[in-house]
Ligand binder design. Structure first.
Ligand code: HEC
Length: 253
């Protein structure tokens, strides 16, 4: 009986304490200032547009963004003509036509972003066996997603002497295990921003993270606005209810 109790106690202790220890084994993530932080935060449109440019010109060579359609780019502040032009750059496989053949056509705003590889095998084959994950929900799929993506993109460097990096792998301070199959994707000046912003690694990392945070939750601004309205309503409603209660019960002593 006693051993059973001891066993379950130690199991509880293990589950209770193992989690924080495992979390602190990794390097601590530096916190960034994001425009979308907090209950009233919004997305910085200019940063999202720059981030889309970084995704398009750099990341989309390896990473798909399956859940975003070209028409969704309206949220970044692009107009219809601009979205049509972006979509038309992609060549989309469609069909079958009346003869049963598949055919390629220019993209339309209703098409979803074209993936760089036809299937998982092709993606792995081109990346040393590793699979570049779809980036649509990556910010939500990682703890402190925005801070993590920013840290990952800026976390490359020389490996410390006690860490051996396998062939085809790269040292990254913030990746679990510190070995990642993705080569450092950003180098200063990798893109030329149309608005003249200096394309430093940190700037591009910040912009593409903002863009990916939006992609992970395009309705964030609506959610926050609705939440705030609901809170204000509940506050006023509580006041009215209290006044009503006092009135109804005022003769009862
Ligand atoms: C040359 C191909 C290539 C390019 C370009 C590239 N990636 Fe990757 N990426 C990969 C591969 C491969 C992996 C999987 C790494 C692994 O599992 O070791 C990966 C993984 C990731 C991950 C997941 C990390 C995790 O915690 O699992 C993120 C986030 C990411 N990439 C973001 C980006 C962003 C943002 C860009 C553009 C700035 C980019 N990548 C450009 C190949 C690439």
């Amino acid at each position: 009986m006693k051993t059973k109790l001891l066993l379950s106690l130690s199991l509880a202790a293990f589950i209770g304490f193992a989690v924080p220890v495992m979390a602190s084994e990794g390097v601590e993530l530096p916190k960034q200032e994001w425009s979308f932080n907090g209950p009233t935060g919004t997305f910085d449109r200019a940063s999202m547009q720059r981030g889309f440019q970084v995704y398009k010109q750099v990341c989309s060579a390896c990473h798909s963004l399956n859940r975003i359609a070209y028409r969704n780019l309206a949220a970044l502040g692009y107009n219809e003509a601009e979205i049509k032009a972006v979509a038309a750059e992609a060549s989309i496989m469609d069909g079958p036509n009346d003869e049963g053949e598949m055919y390629e056509r220019p993209g339309r705003p209703s098409d979803y972003f074209k993936a760089p590889f036809a299937n998982e095998q092709a993606a792995r084959y081109a990346n040393n066996g590793a699979l570049p994950p779809d980036l649509s929900l990556i910010v939500r799929a990682r703890a402190n997603g925005s801070d993590y993506i920013y840290a990952l993109l800026t976390g490359y460097g020389e490996a410390p002497a006690d860490i051996k990096i396998n062939e085809g792998m790269h040292y990254n301070k913030y990746f679990a295990g510190h070995q990642i199959a993705m080569p450092a994707p950003l180098a200063a000046g990798a893109v030329t921003y149309e608005d003249g912003t200096d394309a430093s690694v940190e700037q591009m990392a910040k912009d593409v993270t903002t863009f990916l945070t939006w992609a992970s939750e395009p309705a964030m601004e609506v959610r926050k606005k609705t939440g705030l309205k609901a809170m204000i309503f509940l506050f006023v409603f509580a006041g009215l209810m209290y006044a009503t209660k006092r009135r109804v019960w005022k003769d009862v002593h």
